[in-house]
Design a protein around this ligand. Structure first.
Ligand code: DGL
Length: 265
């Protein structure tokens, strides 16, 4: 494996771009490959076996593109497939973990809300995370069906998105939450609206920057860091329709980019 090889990143759709932003900030010299499995989003209502099979197929595609490391920029795929991916692929595989630890450190009320897909909340990883911290604070898991679809549709601030968010977030506030964890990589794109709903006294946090730091550490330990003085490139693929994906990916990436069709995998 060569340090000049790219890093592969994938998600069920465009949500993982929130993680890609942090990776780009932390690692400006790296070449990045991004796969949005938008043809199969949302993962949240699919079976564990389906998500696992998609995660393996996309990882194989990224390995064929010579990825030196893979970032599973999806909490739901992490919950469903991370053990299998790590047993099948030898390179560093970096996973998501909802930012419960920093939330526990931040909360004054002792109540934190975790917004995620129902599959993430039911995953062994999350059950373990919950068990580790639930003696210290009250952790309220909130499944948020429909939010991923709103982000995939590019509706980050419309009435329907606001109504859905109010329905999910206000009960957390009523139960005393002063810290909200965004446990799905799509949700950081809704953070301005969420912050507007919860007000300035409630912290809204996610784990994208921590994942980018973890990636940096793993590459450093493996002597796989690219020359930081260069400027890295990005390539984007979708299993959806590239012409439809291009404006949304460009909007969320904040630059006009090409999006290629993911070869059948
Ligand atoms: N971005 C994915 C996550 O972090 C969304 C899951 C889905 O597609 O339902 O969980």
């Amino acid at each position: 494996m060569n340090a000049s090889n790219p890093i592969g990143v994938f998600d069920s759709g465009v949500g993982g771009l929130s993680v890609l932003h942090e990776i780009r900030k932390a690692l400006p010299g790296e070449n990045l490959l991004y796969v949005a499995d938008s043809g199969h989003a949302p993962y949240g209502d699919k079976s564990r076996q389906f998500i696992e099979a998609r995660s393996i197929a996309i990882s194989e595609f990224l390995v064929n593109q010579h990825a030196k490391a893979i970032v599973v920029a999806c909490n739901t795929a992490t919950g469903a497939a991370i053990a299998t991916l790590r047993s099948r692929f030898l390179m560093p595989i970096i996973a998501m973990e909802p930012a419960v630890k920093p939330a526990v450190e931040n909360t004054k009320s002792g109540v934190i809300g975790v917004m995620a897909t129902s599959r993430t909340l039911a995953s062994d990883n999350f059950v373990r995370l919950f068990a580790r911290y639930s003696a210290e604070v009250e952790i309220l898991g909130q499944a948020c069906p429909g939010l991923v679809d709103q982000v995939e549709a590019g509706d980050l601030s419309g009435d329907k998105t606001r109504l859905l968010l109010e329905q999910y977030v206000l009960p957390l506030l009523e139960r005393g939450a002063d810290t909200i964890v965004l446990g799905c990589t799509h949700y950081p794109f809704l953070a301005p609206l969420i912050q507007d709903i919860v007000g300035p006294m409630v912290a809204v946090i996610d784990s994208a920057a921590a994942v980018a730091r973890q990636l940096h550490r793993r590459l450093e330990v493996g002597d796989l860091l690219a020359d930081a003085s260069g400027s890295g490139t990005e390539f984007f693929w979708t299993s959806g329709t590239p012409n439809q994906a291009k404006p949304l990916v460009s909007q969320l990436w904040q630059a006009s980019v090409e999006v290629y069709h993911l070869p059948t995998c």
